[in-house]
Ligand binder design. Structure first.
Ligand SMILES: *[C@@H]1O[C@H](CO)[C@@H](O)[C@H](O)[C@H]1NC(C)=O
Length: 158
């Protein structure tokens, strides 16, 4: 009987804990360069997902549970023949933009985050100097991160 009570209590604790754990987030980085290969290397402070070469239209994906403190952050080094850069592909601030699926489409102009709602993409220019042929692109990914954050604030927290 004691054993049964302990089991019941443990089960209750487990269920309560489970509710407190954030839902899974699905990340995907897809090569939409229209021909060239894309080399990616994604990591968080805890996981190194390795280096992968993606042919056109191919994607690399993974999922995780953001930690309860909201400090989970993934970044990817992206490189192709005309551009490169390191981009934050997930952090807590993006949660309004892509609550479950954070899909990145990597285009000749740069990587773009597809937002769930509204149906919009937030694009970031290449950071590497090879990217200059695509235009004014000397700014880093941080500026675009700021843009994303501001956009979240403007559309959801007026
Ligand atoms: C792209 O990668 C594939 C697989 O690694 C390779 O077979 C192919 O030659 C590469 N293409 C280019 C244009 O580098």
């Amino acid at each position: 009987m004691k054993f049964f009570i302990i089991l019941t209590v443990l089960f209750g604790v487990f269920c309560t804990m489970n509710e407190a754990i954030p839902v899974k987030t699905f990340l995907r980085v897809q090569n939409q360069l229209g021909g060239p290969n894309l080399t990616i290397h994604c990591s968080s402070s805890e996981d190194d997902l390795g280096i992968h070469v993606l042919v056109n239209d191919m994607y690399f994906d993974w999922h995780f549970r953001p930690n309860v403190w909201g400090s989970t952050k993934f970044k990817c080094d992206l490189q192709w023949e005309h551009g490169s850069g390191t981009y934050t592909v997930y952090k807590n601030d993006y949660v309004q933009l892509c609550p479950v699926h954070c899909y990145w489409y990597v285009k000749p102009e740069g990587p773009c985050l597809q937002s769930d709602e509204p149906d919009r993409q937030f694009c970031s220019p290449w950071q590497g100097s090879e990217a200059k042929r695509f235009g004014e692109l000397d700014s880093g990914g941080d500026m675009v991160e700021e843009t994303i954050v501001q956009d979240i604030r403007n559309s959801h927290f007026p």
